[in-house]
Design a protein. Structure first.
Length: 266
């Protein structure tokens, strides 16, 4: 007996999409409220963590400097905590609300994707559902991995570059609150989304917009594109660009394997 799919009218699709969007917004609002009620932890320990000399990434590189170099003092990122100032009347309040909203999206992202997946899943065939098992876990894993990379690796190097680059010894580098928070949130969110690249390759391979031979053939061209992306995410210094380029190249290679797996199953 065939499992025939019942086609839904257009307006029922819209109603179903609206339901999933409402659930996603509610999840984001709940996460935002949780963050708002824990602002001391969010700001003092997390967001302002990279501005302190005892941040875990700085301590790790300092220890590596002791192991591999005699002059390990050069591996200190900062000699003292960064100075961050607010120059707007409602600057701290605006940053508080904006940061909690973005943080709420990041925190609820796995559930938001789950709602999105529930919406498109009925349109998939039984075979496509079989191959898509574990997609939510994979998306969650890659997104969290990207967020952690952006926070613990990318942010410290961007902050270090911004603090140490000087056009003269006369001006002092005192960071503006909005610029500092924007840098942290942009790094975290951009890397979280960037790390979802293999999932994107999986879907466009499934609909035959791209193939395994194509990805393998144009690997060198992809390297140039990834270099441009890495330069766009970072301020352009060679070290920060390499820090971002390395995981992007690993993700591209992983995407080639995924494309090969999908093509083989067809």
């Amino acid at each position: 007996m065939k499992n025939e799919k019942k086609e839904m009218p257009f307006w029922e699709h819209i109603e179903e999409l609206r339901k999933h969007l409402i659930h996603s917004v509610c999840a984001m609002m709940i996460a935002t409220i949780i963050l708002m009620n824990n602002k001391n932890v969010i700001f003092d320990y997390i967001l302002f963590g990279p501005a302190k000399t005892d941040f875990i990434t700085y301590r790790l590189f300092h220890k590596l400097g002791k192991i591999f170099h005699r002059n390990h003092h050069s591996f200190y990122f900062f000699s003292h905590n960064l100075e961050i100032q607010n120059r707007q009347i409602f600057g701290q309040f605006n940053m508080y609300v904006w940061t909690c909203l973005i943080g709420g999206f990041i925190l609820s992202f796995p559930y938001i994707f789950y709602e999105f997946w529930k919406f498109i899943k009925p349109a998939l065939s039984d075979e496509e559902r079989k191959y898509s098992r574990g997609i939510i876990m994979m998306v969650t894993f890659l997104f969290i991995l990207g967020v952690l990379f952006g926070y613990f690796i990318l942010c410290p190097f961007l902050i270090h570059f911004g603090y140490t680059f000087r056009i003269s010894s006369f001006p002092r580098n005192i960071f503006d609150l909005s610029d500092y928070i924007s840098l942290i949130m942009h790094s975290i969110l951009s890397m979280g989304i960037t790390f979802l690249f293999p999932i994107f390759i999986y879907f466009i391979t499934k609909i035959e917009l791209i193939s395994y031979p194509f990805l393998k053939k144009y690997r060198k061209h992809a390297f140039l594109i990834l270099l441009i992306i890495a330069s766009a995410i970072t301020p352009g210094d060679i070290f920060s660009t390499i820090v971002v380029l390395i995981p992007l190249m690993i993700l591209y290679q992983f995407s080639i394997y995924i494309s090969f797996y999908v093509s083989k199953k067809k």
